[in-house]
Design a protein around this ligand. Structure first.
Ligand code: SAH
Length: 349
């Protein structure tokens, strides 16, 4: 077996087979699995319930790839942004967002992103690769530890709103969530996890078929095809009609409400016709709207809409009994807010 094989790519069954092949008891695999996930061991030497000889053999045959928090920045509002170094030297970012009730981990699913949303800084990095389940899991563990260390509070929520498109790395994201929620991992509730996507209809239907239990958020930004395509090129191939069709399918299967994320930009989607289109779309399946503050990404093309436009949206949505939250940005001073993750620390290092 090649030394570079990462043991966390193996299932418990595969590790059991390995132990059998070297003349060890199969149940050793369960002990190793517990060290690898539940106890987040970074080194075989930590596995003290295995004999020294077994640990040495494991070291010969495997590695444990793990992430490292390379740089940590703290915002005036308490938000912590981590530059995370991966085993092959690439970097992603993860953010801890504290509020008085919650500690939320905002984590990445890919290195860079292949989608070209014009308002998002991550889009300026090309997609390098998908993250493995362990790399996604480790980000959560790192932020959980920071919650304990800096706030003395447990991690309460996880959002896939960092770098990348989770539905373009579906299998690994699902495998990571299984570990995050499983007894043999962190044991967190699926209800505390939100997957945010640009909205890929085929994959939304697949998630519904898989009966996933976490929450779904869709980055909508416009309910009018022409306008949405202007800011999110993915809309050219996945129209709003197809998206609606998949969301209806999702709701029928899961009975889980959808959150639409929506930024209002000056001159792009700040008119009443835009708000009315959103209201219409919100009536299709039970949903709520998060109006997100725009975080400038330096290209000057987009500007946050005036307060009067935001008020107009809120009024119209509320008149139609649609729940709407206006979300203030967190961690803006350290480029940790939505859409600002672009490995800037690395570029300037
Ligand atoms: N690919 C996923 C998750 C990453 S983006 C998705 O698109 O949902 C997380 C959220 O930040 C999305 O709602 C995205 O539309 C939003 N976002 C991206 N750039 C932003 C910016 N500059 N200001 C505010 N929100 C932004």
């Amino acid at each position: 077996m090649s030394k570079s094989k990462d043991i966390r790519q193996l299932s418990v069954d595969e590790i059991s087979d390995y132990f059998e092949s070297i003349g060890e008891k199969r149940f050793r695999a369960k002990q190793v699995d517990e060290w690898l996930w539940k106890k987040s061991a970074k080194d075989f030497d930590q596995m003290t319930n295995l004999s020294l000889a077994t640990r040495e053999k494991l070291k010969e045959d495997f590695v444990i790839n793990h992430i490292a928090v390379d740089q940590m920045q703290r915002s005036d509002d308490g938000t912590i942004k981590n530059a995370i170094k991966l085993h092959d030297g690439l970097t992603v970012e993860s953010v801890l967002i504290p509020t008085h009730k919650r500690i939320t981990a905002c984590i990445s699913s890919q290195v860079g992103c292949s989608l070209d949303c014009h308002f998002c800084a991550t889009a300026q990095l090309k997609r390098m690769r998908n993250l493995n389940p362990d790399e996604i899991y480790d980000q959560v563990v790192a932020i959980k530890e920071q919650g304990d260390q800096f706030f003395g509070r447990p991690l309460t929520n996880i959002v896939f709103m960092g770098m990348g498109e989770p539905l373009l790395n579906y299998n690994n994201v699902i495998a990571a969530i299984d570990k995050i929620t499983g007894d043999k991992g962190l044991g967190m509730s699926s209800k505390r996890i939100t997957l945010s996507t640009v909205g890929i209809p085929k994959m939304i239907k697949k998630m519904a078929d898989d009966e996933v239990k976490f929450n779904l958020a869709v980055s909508l930004h416009s309910a009018i095809n022409e306008t949405r395509s202007q800011v999110m090129p993915i809309n050219d191939v996945n129209s709003i009609e197809d998206l609606i069709d998949s969301l209806q399918y999702w709701y029928t299967k899961t009975k889980s409400k959808i959150t639409y994320e929506y930024v209002i930009w000056k001159g792009i989607n700040d008119k009443e016709i835009d708000a009315k289109a959103l209201v219409k779309l919100c009536k299709v399946v039970p949903s709520k709207v998060n109006l997100i503050e725009y975080n400038p990404i330096d290209n000057g093309q987009f500007q946050q809409a005036d307060d009067s436009a935001i008020d107009m949206y809120v009024k119209l949505l509320e008149q139609n009994d649609i729940v709407v939250n206006v979300r203030r940005s967190r961690g803006k001073d350290i480029d940790a807010a939505c859409g600002q993750l672009a490995n800037k620390t690395e570029l300037t290092a």
